[in-house]
Design a binder for this molecule. Sequence first.
Ligand SMILES: Cc1cc2nc3c(=O)[nH]c(=O)nc-3n(C[C@H](O)[C@H](O)[C@H](O)COP(=O)(O)OP(=O)(O)OC[C@H]3O[C@@H](n4cnc5c(N)ncnc54)[C@H](O)[C@@H]3O)c2cc1C
Length: 421
Amino acid sequence: MSKRLLVCGAGAAGLTAAIFAAEQGAEVLVLERTKQAGKKILMSGGTRCNVLPVKATLADYHTASSPNILKKIFKTWSVSACKRWFTDELRLRLACEEESNKWFPVSNSAKEVRDLLLTRALDAGVKVRYESAVEGITPLDTGWQVKLTTGEVFSGDAVIIATGGLSVPTIGTDGMGHRFLKPHGHLTGPVYPALTPLLGTNAAHKALSGLSLNVRMRVMHGDKCLFEANRTGFLFTHRGYSGPAVLDVSHFYREEFAKKSELSRENLRYEVSWDDADHETWRTRLEGKGGVTVNGVLRQYLPNRLTEVLCAEAATDSRQNPGERKAAELSREERKRLLKLLTACELPVNGDEGYRKAEVTGGGVPLEEINPATMESRLHPGLYLCGEIMDVFGRIGGFNFYWAWVSGRLAGMKAAEGRAD
Ligand SMILES: Cc1cc2nc3c(=O)[nH]c(=O)nc-3n(C[C@H](O)[C@H](O)[C@H](O)COP(=O)(O)OP(=O)(O)OC[C@H]3O[C@@H](n4cnc5c(N)ncnc54)[C@H](O)[C@@H]3O)c2cc1C
């Protein structure tokens, strides 16, 4: 007899789970809180949807759980096999953005991705109920019962929780799934916004709002470099800093992450080199152009607006702008300050944009609490979990959807099979 499955949430993970479960012969009902499926898919990648990375390693992900468990789950569906499913089965034409190693639809349409997933689910017999917010789940003698906020109840042999995280709460992902899962003992640790813009205190930097460039970003803890990325996109905003270089490291600033990782915020520094050159190279560049002003030298490598701000910051006396003089005319202190600003400019961060602008949620259900061969809860048989609700997030570049597709597929397939015993 076919299994009856209830899937909570019609996002990336929930739709994938539903497709694979239905294609295994299960009777699947998806309960979606909002009026449409895959709202986050629609807004992803600036509405272009970065479907997948070209390749993924464990280093591209953050989890406080065991990396070995994560590895086991990723092994169930490689990036290339997942990509083949999109191209060969869903008939989504993908193009690789060479400079960033990301796969996007040739159409550049996130809607195409969402529509293909939804159509595939409906074709496989999946039923989707919109405006059906789940407020509670209860284990039965056999199977699970799901209760909606309207009071309606549904029962099934198993339930798959794919309600996502808390990022962008205005579109239906405000942690409602976390709230109804918590009483079942699965969400005891902290959660926090990740991949979110940082706020800054430097007024001159705010005046550079809109300026973007590729930088080298470092996260320092005392003398130790915790993270370094080269040539990644950085954007000055009117409130601070954004772009992949910043989003990828925003979680370090979060108390919840710092505590878990035994870091102290006081020792944390974000340092930026504005181009590839190191200290020595900048020194040579400045000294090599004897007749040119400092501004003139910097402008050969950096945007004019940034050059002006850096030169003004390097000044030891506000009446004397080092940019208007030749390098040889700079005082020892001015030269030192300028070289530091060029190669290890400290961002004066004092907060982040939180869940309002976060692309994902950090923390969640620990991987130790599920069976990595099935995504079934180790605490409650017949309860499956997938996607952003789990304690896994990746950096910018299609890594988060890859997690949603992999974990969703595994949960759907295994929930449809049921328990071996
Ligand atoms: C602006 C933005 C851009 C992004 N771009 C990319 C990108 O290009 N590439 C990438 O890899 N990742 C991207 N991400 C991250 C990616 O969107 C998420 O990692 C992914 O959507 C998580 O999938 P999910 O299915 O777990 O959760 P979601 O996609 O959030 O789906 C959860 C679903 O559950 C529903 N739901 C919630 N609570 C309930 C409830 N109580 N009852 C019923 N339904 C409920 C929600 O309405 C939603 O439909 C982006 C995120 C944002 C915010």
